[in-house]
Write a protein that binds this ligand. Sequence first.
Ligand code: ARG
Length: 464
Amino acid sequence: MQSPPPQTWSQRFETALHPAIARFNASIGFDIELIEYDLTGSAAHAKMLVKTGILSPEEGKQIVTGLETIRQEYRRGDFTPGVEAEDVHFAVERRLTELIGDVGKKLHTARSRNDQVGTDVRLYLRAQIEAIQSLLRQYQQTLLTIAEANVETLIPGYTHLQRAQPLSLAHHMLAYFAMAQRDWERLRDIQKRVNISPLGCGALAGTTFPIDRQYAAELLGFEQVYGNSLDGVSDRDFAIEFACAASIIMVHLSRLSEEMILWASEEFSFVTLNDSCSTGSSIMPQKKNPDVPELVRGKTGRVFGHLQGLLVMMKGLPLAYNKDLQEDKEALFDTVNTVGGCLEAMTILLAEGVTFRVPRLRQAVNEDYSNATDVADYLATKGVPFREAYNLVGQVVKTSLAAGKLLRELTLEEWQAIHPAFEDDIYAAIAPQQVVSARNSYGGTGFEQVREALQRATQALGEG
Ligand code: ARG
């Protein structure tokens, strides 16, 4: 007679899995990451089985204690199931049965791995979203600190990567703060849909046992339970939504990274990279490389890839559970780890890895034509229609360029030759500090506006 297969499935199987197929099928190599959530979910399930009279209190106690022992073993590094366990769920159940005997086999009553894995992934993601939110807060705080110190530090502002109008450096940093604020809120909104319990949906159709899904959900801190068992076991919308939110965070980090890389170049020289966050070249001793922002920019593609991967994985799946869904895990884990790592690295980079070269920034805004719009605005306030003023300033710029002069170097005669409305106050009106300060419309770069924006930002950070 053939020996029974080592798998946990029913006796209908006569031969063991081909070893290569066992390895191919197994998820234990990565879903061990879920173990703490699996133990918590199982303990709640066991308590629910006791509450509903499906298990005796004594049985429930043994199970819960056994699960706790496994948790301790795992934390000590003593629980390292191999490929024969297939996945974390089987691994835990097997160990439980080793520890407490046949009672361990009762844990899976009124449950399937399908609702179990759905529960685990949601518990995992709920915790990870909170962790990422807190990393976002630290990143925002660092942006805010730079902004607070640099309200009146000017930096060239660009459109099309052409010098456009000077800005308060704080305003520039607060733009990234605002993106991160939406990222934080987006994660908060997603939690509503992550925090729904599929436990008790069974394999796909519910269960014949008189379970209390609400009770188990409450024990696990879920806000709701899925109202349709088929949907509950096969929904991964919440994971896709998270991957999307993560991708948007990465877009924002990547844009800031790109600016850091440009700013650190010889051509811009707006920042210097400090030693703790940059690396040298193996051959060119003069170089300091912006590895941190380059890696963040590079890792962005990976996160986008996971979003795409999850979408494609789902698109052809008939209801309900399909093994394809096992593929959600590595995508999610890598997304969580990548976004977390990038947020942490960018926070450190901002806190200690870059120094703004304020004199160089001052020189930059003093020696360009980015105050040209202000000349047009000046004429417009003196009654010249804006479009006509705009055309006249085109002439001003042309004359200045031809004479090799900056706008502030034109004599009053030269100004008045272009339009008699120019008076001596033109010089004050086009000084960079004034140019920035004057953009006092709500949300603009004017210092007064920036100070108000700083207050709003501080308030937002206080909101959790
Ligand atoms: N390892 C599986 C997963 O990650 C667990 C669920 C397996 N369910 C099943 N019916 N084979 O999706």
